[in-house]
Design a binder for this molecule. Structure first.
Ligand code: C2E
Ligand code: MG
Ligand code: MG
Ligand code: MG
Length: 280
């Protein structure tokens, strides 16, 4: 079942790795503004595959944003996404990511193969007035089942009615929604009770050491049970070794993602993985 894993390990690219110590400052934020006005030319997407635990096949990928800074080099999204959120630029960037991902899906003929590509969307995007209309227009270009939104909580949702409206509309369009980094935000459980989501993504801070950490194992196994009781599926992120894959399989976790399968990779490489799947 892990053939997809060993195959993926042969295609690790180095150029998409960033230096975690790089800290962009206020000047870089100014650059960020110029570049995104400049057609986002210094941004690009990489894709991290998702493995169907039952079949051992690649079932999709997550689009992850990269910023090639002219002086700093590659900057981690963990560093620049907060800058974008503070400055309110995140919504335009999210729209760019959605547009790029949908274009890629169309151009590379990804639809109709059972592959789903996930896009990260922050709660701030959901409360933006133009968001639903933007998604409605973009989704006309593909089958809505080919994409999924991973919703990340970014601070306090000051307009949860608006967020609920947006999520309901998005679900009605046929786009799946998942709660990202589940367990780390302070309103994760209220998400599950309020919002129409179909999946939770267990945060890697619980997942990575479940073969050694009994507390984390309990948290992960009870959360999987909770999700299943609510009719939701589960993706575990940050899986770094094969023993953890086996343990998650026993716990009936549907999907895994992590360095054990592959780091985020370039478009051509993820396409190779998608097509390898369809040959089976
Ligand atoms: P996330 O959505 O939870 O994405 C998972 C992050 O964990 C990615 O980091 C991924 O490279 C990393 N990761 C995956 N597997 C492993 C593993 O086995 N071990 C370890 N140590 N790490 C692993 P990345 O690409 O740096 O992204 C960080 C965060 O930035 C993402 O967390 C997401 O919240 C945010 N982000 C990335 N792209 C976008 C985007 O287009 N829009 C928005 N709004 N946020 C984004
Ligand atoms: Mg995510
Ligand atoms: Mg996540
Ligand atoms: Mg995470």
């Amino acid at each position: 079942a892990l053939t997809a894993v060993s195959k993926a390990q042969q295609t690790q690219e180095v150029f998409i790795e960033y230096d975690v110590t790089i800290e962009p400052n206020a000047d870089d934020l100014r650059l960020l503004k110029d570049f995104h006005r400049d057609g986002m030319k210094d941004f690009f997407l990489v894709y991290q595959p998702k493995l169907d635990v039952k079949t051992g096949l690649i079932k999709g990928a997550e689009a992850l944003l990269r910023w090639q800074h002219p002086k700093l080099g590659l900057v981690s999204p963990a560093k620049f996404i907060p800058l974008l959120e503070e400055s309110g630029m995140i919504t335009e960037v999210t729209q760019w990511v959605i547009h790029e991902t949908i274009s890629m899906i169309r151009r590379r003929g990804v639809c109709g193969k059972g592959i789903v590509v996930s896009i990260n969307v922050s709660t701030r995007d959901l409360t933006d007035l133009g968001f639903v209309q933007f998604v409605e227009k973009e989704i006309k270009n593909i089958d809505p089942k080919c994409i999924q939104f991973e919703i990340t909580e970014t601070g306090f949702i000051d307009d949860s009615d608006r967020a609920l409206y947006a999520l309901t509309k998005i679900t009605e369009m046929g786009i799946g929604c998942s709660v990202d980094d589940f367990g780390t935000g302070n309103s994760s459980l209220s998400y599950l009770s309020k919002f129409p989501v179909g999946e939770i993504k267990l945060d890697r801070s619980f997942v990575f050491d479940i073969t050694k950490n009994a507390r984390h194992l309990t948290i992960v196994s009870s959360t999987i049970e909770l999700a299943h009781t609510l009719g939701l599926s589960v993706t575990a992120e940050g899986v770094e070794d094969k023993d953890t894959v086996e343990l998650l399989r026993e716990l009936k976790c549907e999907t895994i993602q992590g360095y054990v399968i592959s780091r985020p990779i370039a478009e051509d490489e993820i396409l190779e993985m998608f097509f390898a799947k369809s040959e089976h």
